[in-house]
Design a protein around this ligand. Structure first.
Ligand code: ADP
Ligand code: MG
Length: 657
């Protein structure tokens, strides 16, 4: 039968900067099944280094370590972790219990990494009974004495029924009475056939063992077996090395992942204030993304509503060049339009739904002792529906009124406010440029379009405006409503040809221009688009800052829990397990921040719309986007700290102060 453990000329050297420490200088050793070994020697003689190598917590620089004849130093880190979980139990001088967990949870902890099904509570209680602590199973380590904590650690070492128990100064922190208790338990385990390897520098403790190895300066000085305490080779069961190498469970299998979730929740709750503060960053980020995007979308929707009120599919035909508008008012360069032109355009039946001539001018409006300057628009009959200015109070002109050049006026709400205050203007007589007009309607409120108050208007029949008020012979322009939006360009071309033909104008003539409202619409919506993009990116930056906050906290958490990571690795956690544990934690934080942020963001939007009257529109897209982004933030910013934790070597992590 091959020996259980075998070291052949093992060396271990530590390098700190320039200097090197030779902790083990050529150690050869054979350990049989059922032995109880005490490794003795003064401080710094290499006892712990030897134990770490035997326990697969560390690997030799030179030499070979065989378990059951298999070289284990060539195994991957994860395979070694699996082997530790399956065949070894560890007891440390500092106990290394996880403070946040109850005793029973501490004892069953190795099972998270075993890949076996079940909650193992019952098994944990069994082991606690063995060390006489079943009554304390729901306590936390802080509520236990040192001796009791070490007994819990032994129970934990036994949970996987290991072949080997490694104990590094198990009684180093305990008084004589408690030391005696611990040794009795270890002796009992040895009697049951367990192989025990224990480091100690106290002869009284070493006296419990059946074999004492003495070290000095990295080499074995003496190796004595005590007579009458022979290894119980016969009682040891035959073991298959390969079965212990088997992978210890996939991540998603057997509740391994839910185990990580539970631990993440536990760890987040253990540092409530700190977790809350780092979650706050994500919360603010997500809430502002939602609120800002709602604002942007709201502005866009309101703008579109406004554009609709300008009338859809509209063309405006005006005299003068489109290129040098304003400066092109020179004589001869400006086309003039008459009612005949309106008729001709309206006759383009397949393209034009409606056409209406307009004149614009200024006017002094007087009512009683109040007067007010406003724009006067002379409008044709169709203008009311085309430009959506049909009065909601009162009525629009009749065709006869327009024909008879009647003195009827429809006024905007700004004019109403300035001249009439809160009294009813309908049926009253106002003066427009000293001529009496009867108010027959109030134009629907439109608000501002840019700097222009769309409600500061007086609308009168186009004929009245031309011949009675403004004294014009020609129209200022013609509004054309195209039958459908797809025909706008076609209509533009047709109208241009019509006007040129009638006037015998050359092709490059620019004495008139046709403007397209959809151009204005496009321009305005691209402006709002830019605005929501800007708002969105500001919010995204705050989300980024929140993410960095999470990373910071995760890094602190990794550093703070280095020894915990060391312990987890010692009891069989693989790299991916540690990594996943920290990732789940950081993603958990960002996602919960994301959810509260979504709710807060929607709340802010509602408050803005109800109390400040702002147009807001929360979109599902922004909610989904923000939540997904917060999860990604968790992964992205959790990855580095999680990797950092996963890369730690078990021994180094355990030694961390
Ligand atoms: P013992 O357990 O017998 O007190 P160790 O095995 O812990 O001794 O240490 C043996 C020697 O190696 C000591 O001189 C110690 O300072 C050194 N040593 C141990 N671990 C490290 C390390 N991680 N880095 C540098 N030196 C170390
Ligand atoms: Mg030591």
């Amino acid at each position: 039968m091959k020996p259980l453990l075998e070291l052949v000329d093992v060396h271990r050297t530590y390098r700190i900067g320039e200097s090197t420490v030779n902790a083990l200088c050529g150690v050869s050793l054979t350990i049989e099944r059922g032995e109880f070994i005490a490794i003795m020697g003064s401080s710094g003689s290499g006892k712990s280094s030897l134990l770490h190598i035997l326990g697969l917590l560390d690997n030799p620089d030179k030499g070979e370590y065989r378990i059951l004849g298999n070289n284990v130093n060539t195994l991957s880190e994860d395979e070694q972790a699996g082997l530790r979980n399956n065949v070894a139990g560890f007891v440390f001088q500092q106990f290394h219990l996880l403070k946040r967990m109850t005793i029973v949870d501490n004892v069953r902890l190795p099972h998270i990494y075993s890949g076996l099904k079940g909650d193992f509570r019952h098994e944990a209680i069994e082991r606690l009974k063995l060390v006489g602590l079943e009554k304390r199973m729901d306590h936390t380590p802080n509520q236990l004495s040192g001796g009791e904590q070490q007994r819990v650690a032994i129970a934990r070492a036994l949970i996987r029924d290991p072949l080997l128990i490694f104990a590094d100064e198990p009684t180093g922190n305990l008084d004589t009475k408690n030391s005696g208790d611990i040794m009795k338990i270890l002796k009992g385990l040895h009697d049951e056939g367990k192989t025990i390897i224990m480091v100690t520098h106290e002869p009284e403790i070493a006296a419990w063992a059946s074999r004492v190895i003495t070290m000095r300066d990295g080499v074995i000085l003496a190796d004595e077996r005590k007579a009458g305490l022979d290894p119980s080779v016969e009682t040891a069961q035959e073991i298959e090395f390969e079965t212990h190498l088997a992978g210890n469970g996939a991540l998603w299998r057997d509740g391994r992942f839910t185990g990580f979730m539970a631990q993440a929740v536990q760890s987040i709750l253990a540092n409530k204030m700190r977790s809350f503060l780092s979650v706050l960053g994500i919360l603010v980020g997500v809430a502002s993304v939602i609120a800002m995007m709602a604002l942007g979308e709201g502005a866009k929707a309101a703008m579109q509503e406004d554009l609709k009120s300008m009338g859809s599919n509209m063309l405006s035909v005006r005299g003068g060049s489109a290129k040098i508008r304003g400066a092109a008012q020179g004589a001869g360069a400006v086309a003039r339009f008459t009612f005949k032109d309106v008729e001709d355009i309206a006759r383009l039946r397949s393209l034009v739904k409606n056409a209406s001539g307009v004149v614009n001018g200024g006017g002094r409006i007087v009512y009683g002792n109040k007067n007010w300057s406003s724009t006067v628009t002379g409008a044709g009959y169709e203008y009311g529906t085309m430009r959506a200015v049909m009065p909601t109070v009162g009525r629009w002109f009749t065709p006869e009124e327009i024909q008879r050049r009647e003195k009827s006026a429809i006024i905007g709400v700004t004019v109403v406010k300035e001249l009439f205050g809160s009294s009813n203007p309908l049926g009253r007589t106002i003066k427009i440029n000293r001529i009496n007009f009867k108010v027959i309607g109030i134009a629907p409120a439109k608000g501002f379009s840019g700097p222009q108050d769309e409600d500061d208007v007086v609308i009168i029949p186009v004929t009245t405006a031309m011949y009675r008020v403004l004294g014009r012979e020609y129209l200022s322009g013609i509004f054309v409503e195209v039958t459908e939006s797809g025909k706008i360009d076609q209509a533009k071309i047709a109208i241009t040809e019509l006007i040129r033909k009638k006037r015998r104008l050359k092709d490059d003539d620019d004495s008139f221009n046709i403007r397209d409202m959809t151009e204005i619409q496009k321009m305005l919506s691209s402006t709002t688009q830019t605005m929501s993009l800007l708002l969105g990116s500001i919010a995204a930056i705050s989300l980024l800052v929140g993410g960095i906050g999470i990373m910071n906290i995760m890094l602190v958490s990794v550093t703070e829990r280095t020894r915990e990571i060391g312990l987890r690795k010692a009891i069989g956690a693989r790299k991916s397990d540690i990594m996943m544990q920290f990732l789940v934690e950081s993603v958990g934080m960002t996602i919960s921040g994301g959810f509260i942020g979504v709710v807060t963001g929607i709340g802010i939007s509602i408050i803005l719309s109800t109390f400040a009257g702002w147009a807001v529109k929360t979109s599902l897209i922004s909610v989904v986007l923000a939540t997904a982004f917060s999860a990604l933030t968790g992964i992205f910013f959790g990855l580095w700290p999680a990797r950092k934790a996963a890369e730690l070597k078990p021994v180094e992590a355990l030694r961390y102060e």
